[in-house]
Write a protein that binds this ligand. Structure first.
Ligand code: BEZ
Ligand code: FE
Length: 293
């Protein structure tokens, strides 16, 4: 066999440092879904550009592989370390921003986080969600309105927060009452909601795994500023997933998952003669379905 016939079936170009992206992406088959092909080709382009730009060493590549392996190994039904990685790298907030480009005036979204649990008990307006007797009580009140300020009746509001020790109920199933600091409420004809929780406290995200090690190696702390979580649904409106943050919290400017937005920092006022020592009022403004920037 001559040299030229032996090479007849070979590709035009073998993999080189310079053509790596084109060679890998040329392998995507004609039957791949167009969106998958687009996403993967773009990912390969950026991944190779990253390795090239920083001159990735073999040792660094191995460190990365070990890190991702540990990240996968620590994942369980209760713990999603990859989402925590996405959160701490700002990817979760970026994806959230890309997918929630709302009109000016609508309440902004922020990260869902790993501690939402569907199906929290439906409670009556004014009910207490804090069941463990810990923490400083806080009355949460406000309205759900549309962009014209008109009240939205029948909006469903799911709320959840940590307890006074900085843990969600599902992190301490043996220590906290089930559904502690959680509840589902519906707005009345005036769009109002009202419930009693505690003034939330700042807390570290789970940092005993690879993401915690990464934060430490980068000189980053694992804390989130104190916040109350909300998920608001109303027919004809975009779902809102957000928090209100406790004004004055020392971690507002350095939230480890980048979830803070200026418009979500809420007033928490001290009450001298109220049913609770604290009161926080915040109105949620919903954009209609399909109403985007
Ligand atoms: C949370 O606020 O519950 C949360 C968000 C992202 C990562 C960890 C916790
Ligand atoms: Fe939280």
């Amino acid at each position: 066999m001559t040299h030229s016939s032996a090479a007849a079936d070979l590709p035009e170009a073998f993999f080189t440092e310079a053509n790596s992206v084109e060679v890998v992406n040329a392998k995507i088959g004609a039957d791949a879904s167009p969106r998958l092909a687009e996403v993967m080709a773009c990912l390969v382009g950026h991944l190779h550009a990253f390795a090239r730009e920083i001159n990735l060493s073999h040792e660094e590549w191995e460190t990365g592989i070990r890190f991702l392996t540990r990240t996968g190994q620590i994942c369980t039904d209760e713990r999603q370390e990859f989402i925590l990685l996405s959160d701490t790298l700002g990817l979760s907030m970026l994806v959230d921003a890309i997918n929630n480009r709302r009109p000016e005036g609508a309440t902004e979204n922020t990260v869902l986080g790993p501690f939402f649990v569907a199906g929290a008990p439906v409670r009556k307006a004014g009910d207490r969600i804090s069941l463990d007797g810990k923490g400083e009580g806080c009355l949460f009140v406000g309205r759900v309105v549309d962009l014209d300020g008109k009240p939205i009746e029948g909006a469903r509001i799911d709320v959840w927060s940590d307890n006074a020790d900085g843990y969600y109920d599902i992190q301490q199933p043996d220590l906290q009452p089930k559904w502690n600091n959680r509840g589902t409420f519906f707005t009345g004809p005036d769009g109002r909601y009202r419930f009693i929780g505690i003034k939330p406290v700042s807390y570290p995200i789970p940092d005993d795994g690879p993401v915690g090690n990464m934060l430490q190696a980068l000189g980053r702390h694992p804390y989130r500023p104190a916040h109350m979580h909300y998920m608001v649904h109303a027919d004809g409106f975009q779902k809102l997933v957000t928090h209100t943050f406790v004004g004055g919290d020392p971690y507002l400017a350095s939230d480890t998952v980048f979830g803070v937005k200026r418009t979500l920092v809420a007033p928490f006022e001290r009450l001298m003669d109220g049913q609770t020592p604290w009161r926080s009022e915040y109105d949620f403004v919903l954009a209609r379905s399909g109403e985007n920037r």
